[in-house]
Ligand binder design. Structure first.
Ligand code: NDP
Length: 335
């Protein structure tokens, strides 16, 4: 009999790719969404009877996932992807820290109390939780390092708030397991900047995930603009989805933080790839003022060798990822 996997935040960019991979492998999937409208949209796009949804309007509410778990005792895996990924906020605590941290604790508490049969839980964390120090070239970030920020520092602005929200939420998950000794085993997936197409063209026409908006912003540059300096480590969304499956299928992933990265991107690199592959943007997008090497040189190193070994995935290249992302934006006339 096929296993049933629960995924919170099923409407999200990464979650849709995870759902597609799960369905393709014969899993039944129950996704949580914030409204029936979002659930119906997903059902009509996936067109797969192995996908159903439950509405969880507020992941911070006590027992938010209790009812869903009581009604579906067949669930054996719980993936928690729902978390705000925005930098533009007015209230860091309310819009980022609390949904991320309380949402994670609420989800794990529901599993503890109402999903004793659930054996594996995967929390989608982030490299944002793993910075040793991004701005020192000789420092190495890996599966053992943590972003050290206080709750007060987190409230400075949306960017710092987001980084801290992921660090606090992931820490809360590991602390929960340590304290409660639940029936399930925990793994986290820690992606760096995620690029790649939306699973469905329909989602590429409007606002997209904050990471993919970076590529759209480059496409929208005018010849007289300056290319903003943006860089960071990168991974393709389809690899992120595969990693979530490995995170609960493989025993080697138990208790692990799985760092996902395939080197650094920079806006110089993104511009180079776009100009080389899409003639219509060749003269429109301005030339970067600096080189890729220059843009990335003052940042820390990442060592994901432990995670790479657990995953055994040959990652999709930055070239392919950007090409597929841009091709979709062009196809749906989003740029
Ligand atoms: P999306 O914005 O596409 O997805 C976010 C998901 O979380 C959506 O389903 C959204 O629901 C849900 N969500 C957001 N805020 C809340 C809230 N307050 N209460 C309930 N649900 C909420 O982003 P991604 O798919 O890119 O992100 C998914 C996960 O991956 C997040 O945990 C993010 O931190 C993490 N991540 C993303 C990276 C990236 O570069 N994209 C890198 C590293 C980690 P709704 O559709 O209703 O808004």
């Amino acid at each position: 009999m096929s296993q049933t996997v629960f995924i919170s935040g099923a409407s999200g960019y990464i979650a849709q790719h995870i759902t597609a991979k799960l369905l393709a492998k014969g899993y039944k999937v129950i996704g949580s969404v914030r409204s029936a409208k979002k659930g119906d949209e997903l059902k009509s796009l996936f067109k797969n009877e192995n996908l159903s949804y439950v509405v969880v309007p507020d992941i911070q509410a006590d027992g938010a996932f209790d009812e869903a778990l009581k009604q579906h005792p067949e669930i054996s895996v719980f993936l928690h992807t729902a978390s705000p990924f925005v930098f533009q906020v007015e209230d860091v605590e309310k819009e980022l820290l609390l949904p991320a941290v309380t949402g994670t604790k609420v989800a794990l508490t529901s599993v503890l109390n109402h999903g004793p049969q659930i054996k594996r839980v995967v929390v989608t964390s982030s490299y944002a939780a793993m910075f040793a120090n991004e701005d020192i070239p000789d420092v190495v970030s890996d599966e053992t390092t943590w972003t050290e920020l206080t709750w007060e520092q987190a409230k400075q602005n949306g960017l710092v708030g987001y980084l801290a929200s992921k660090a606090f939420a992931e820490k809360a998950a590991w602390d929960f397991v340590e304290k409660e000794k639940p029936n399930f085993k925990l793994s986290t997936v820690n992606p760096t900047y995620v690029f790649g197409p939306q699973l469905f063209d329909e989602y590429a026409t409007g606002p997209v995930s904050t990471s993919v908006e970076l590529i759209k912003a480059v496409l929208k540059l005018q010849p007289t603009d300056e290319v903003p300096s943006v860089q960071g480590p990168f991974i393709d969304v389809r690899d992120v989805a595969d990693a979530h499956l490995v995170a609960f299928e493989s025993d080697a992933a138990i208790g692990q933080r799985i760092l996902l990265q395939d080197g650094r991107f920079s806006n110089s690199k993104v511009v180079e790839i776009i100009k080389a592959n899409f003639p219509e943007f060749k003269d429109k997008i301005p030339a970067p003022k600096t080189t890729h090497e220059e843009e990335i040189k003052s940042h820390c190193k990442l060592d994901s060798s432990k995670s790479d070994k657990i995953l055994g995935i040959k990652f999709i290249s930055i070239e392919q990822s950007i090409k597929d992302t841009v091709a979709q934006f062009i196809k749906v006339k989003a740029v």
